[in-house]
Design a protein around this ligand. Structure first.
Ligand code: ARG
Length: 251
């Protein structure tokens, strides 16, 4: 009996110690961004980025904690240590590197596209003139449309002379469906996801900009970033990356 007790005690100590060892890794996501990060129908977080992060955390012995964030203020909440990274279909921008953030290697190639709805009379980018065009606040799409030297001086020809900014792309989709806006400038996989959920959505066959997704860490977190890069390389090698990409309909 004594032996059994001692064994149980030892087990508790081991379990306790290993629980204490599993550091938390707070993953900052936009929870309205399928197929990369979202809440699924049964209320759990899902998406390519969410599952890749979980798999990487398992390799690194970290406990994944998901922190839903506001996309427009993602770098402020990152600075405030509300989360340890931004990992949610985030485009690597030079401005982020210049500001000292640590960016991982690119893990996904994206293009900016125009999403519209049948009957809106939009089949080319030029047709956007005079239309109401939405974009998510704080995105590369918003920056692209605001860039005076960009190919899209076009934004000035939108109704109101600028895009309508919205908090997330699900709202953009709902508004497009309801006729509140005529088109959305958006990342291709997210446009495809919306098009699979709403009737009559059409993606124009035009590339407004090529870009790459990466994971953003705080200034000084180079080592942490490197650890995740190594874990991701393992997930590429063992086929996890590919099977998750297929699961979430990514090319
Ligand atoms: N890729 C674009 C960007 O980083 C749009 C991202 C929007 N992502 C999101 N999770 N809301 O600016």
């Amino acid at each position: 009996m004594k032996k059994l007790l001692a064994l149980a005690l030892a087990l508790c100590l081991v379990l306790g110690a290993s629980a204490a060892l599993a550091d938390e890794f707070k993953m900052g996501i936009d929870a309205e961004y399928p197929p990369f990060s979202y809440l699924d129908d049964d209320g759990s977080y899902a998406g390519f980025d969410v599952e890749m992060c979980k798999a990487a955390c398992d390799i690194l012995g970290l406990e994944q904690v998901i922190v839903p964030i506001n996309w427009d203020t993602k770098l402020i909440s990152l600075d405030n240590k509300e989360h340890d990274c931004v990992w949610s279909g985030m485009t690597i921008l030079d401005t982020m590197k210049e500001a000292g953030y640590v960016l991982s290697f690119p893990y996904y190639d994206n293009t900016q596209v125009v999403l519209t709805k049948e009957g809106n009379g939009i089949s080319t980018v030029e047709d956007l003139a005079g239309k109401r065009v939405a974009v998510q606040l704080g995105t590369s799409g918003e920056a692209l449309l605001a860039d005076p030297e960009g190919q899209l001086e076009l934004a000035q020809t939108f109704e109101g002379g600028a895009p309508v900014t919205m908090e997330n792309f699900n709202i953009c989709g709902t508004e497009l469906d309801a006729g509140g806006v005529d088109a959305v400038v958006i990342d291709l996989p997210v446009a495809q996801n919306l098009a699979s959920r709403f009737n009559g959505f059409v993606i124009l066959d035009t590339n407004l900009g090529s870009e790459q997704y990466g994971i953003c860490f705080r200034n000084g977190d180079d080592e942490l970033c490197k650890k995740f890069e190594d874990a991701i390389m393992k997930l590429v090698e063992d086929g996890t990356y590919l099977s998750l990409a297929q699961k979430y309909g990514l090319d």
